[in-house]
Design a binder for this molecule. Structure first.
Ligand code: COA
Ligand code: ZN
Length: 311
């Protein structure tokens, strides 16, 4: 009897983190089609957009219309970013069912990104999370710059644990720990995730959000898998970056993550061929070549190779 493969959650951030920093206008129709293709590929959690200030993130200024027009697929969750009461009002009017709040482990980044101190941000999130929980919404909290800050440099694990703890105390269902500028290596993952686990966090309360800015994201995923983490954020096509995090290019590509999970024998529920259709679609939409590893090489079906050799 074969053992049942272990489940990993792949949390897609392409439509939000992937597109938020793109300067060229992307039509609402293209965004909706991208969301369709991602659901077609088997993704069950797709972060769709942000209800932030349109001045802060002009690319996602169409969030209201996007979430109003989006045809929800059964079994798919479409979380959105919400920074404050105003955003929550808009999100509720657009029929949103899952929300994410976002702060960071370093003060200067939080100040640049949302114009608040970490403490002020946590206070503002009460006004988002209280109505969200009242309505039975799923909620997530982000801790950005958990491995390094573009304005401060190193970030200590105690700061990460402290902010993550406060988010959980506010009632979020999970906390996503972000390497916003892609500086971490596996040793850092052991240090930060180790500190979170030591502080009493369960592996299922945590997600990891790696950027592949310096090519270390998959090594970091492996390290997190060893520590029992089973939720990973990724962006199909490897798009991404934050306007307030200079040099934060490139989320871990979902196709690269899925290929790794495949070879690790972990169940993920995603069809790689269909995922590559979505990856090519967004690359074409942005008028650039698909630059991810698996996007270029494709998957690898050993059985098919052997069958071809026999023919
Ligand atoms: N949706 C739409 N408009 C909003 C808004 C929201 N959620 N929150 C604030 N605004 C508007 C206000 O109405 C005001 O508009 P006005 O200038 O026309 O009067 C303006 O934005 C400023 O509002 P204020 O409350 O002073 O906020 P701020 O300028 O200090 O900005 C945030 C605070 C959090 C709203 C803003 O920094 C933001 O949206 N940041 C998001 C950054 C982000 O998404 N980063 C990437 C993710 S990591
Ligand atoms: Zn990110």
């Amino acid at each position: 009897m074969s053992q049942m493969a272990e489940q990993v959650r792949v949390y897609e951030v392409g439509p939000r983190d992937g597109l938020q920093n793109e300067a060229q206008p992307i039509t609402l129709d293209a965004k909706l089609q991208y969301l369709e293709l991602l659901a077609d590929a088997g993704l069950r959690e797709i972060e769709a957009t942000s209800f932030v200030s349109p001045k802060a993130i002009p690319q996602l200024a169409d969030a209201d219309e996007l979430m109003t027009r989006l045809v929800r697929r059964a079994g798919v969750r479409y979380p959105v970013l919400v920074p404050n009461r105003r955003g929550m009002q808009r999100a509720m009017e657009a029929g949103v069912e899952a929300v994410c709040v976002f702060t960071a482990a370093s003060e200067p980044f939080t100040q640049h990104n949302i114009g608040m101190s970490i403490a002020e941000s946590l206070e503002a999130f009460g006004e988002v999370l209280a109505p969200a929980r009242q309505r039975g919404m799923w909620t997530r909290g982000y801790v950005s710059t958990a491995f390094g800050c573009p304005y401060q440099g190193e970030v200590g694990e105690a700061a990460v644990v402290g902010v993550a703890r406060q988010l959980l105390d506010l009632g979020v269902d999970e906390v996503s720990i972000g390497d916003t500028i892609g500086v971490a290596g596996p040793r850092d993952v052991h240090r930060v995730v180790g500190a979170l686990l030591d502080a009493g966090f369960g592996p299922r309360q945590l997600a990891m959000h790696f950027h592949d800015t310096r090519g270390t994201a998959l090594a970091n995923v492996s390290a997190a898998l060893e520590l029992g983490i089973r939720t990973f954020d990724a962006s199909t096509g490897g798009t991404g970056g934050c306007p307030y995090a200079p040099g934060a290019a490139g989320n871990l590509a979902t196709e690269d993550l899925v290929y790794l999970l495949e070879r690790e024998g972990l169940e993920h529920g995603i069809d790689l061929e269909k995922l590559l259709v979505a990856a090519h679609f967004i690359a074409d939409t942005l008028d650039r070549p698909l630059a991810t590893k698996v996007g270029q090489a494709g998957g690898w079906d050993a059985g098919e190779v052997a069958a071809a050799a026999e023919r």
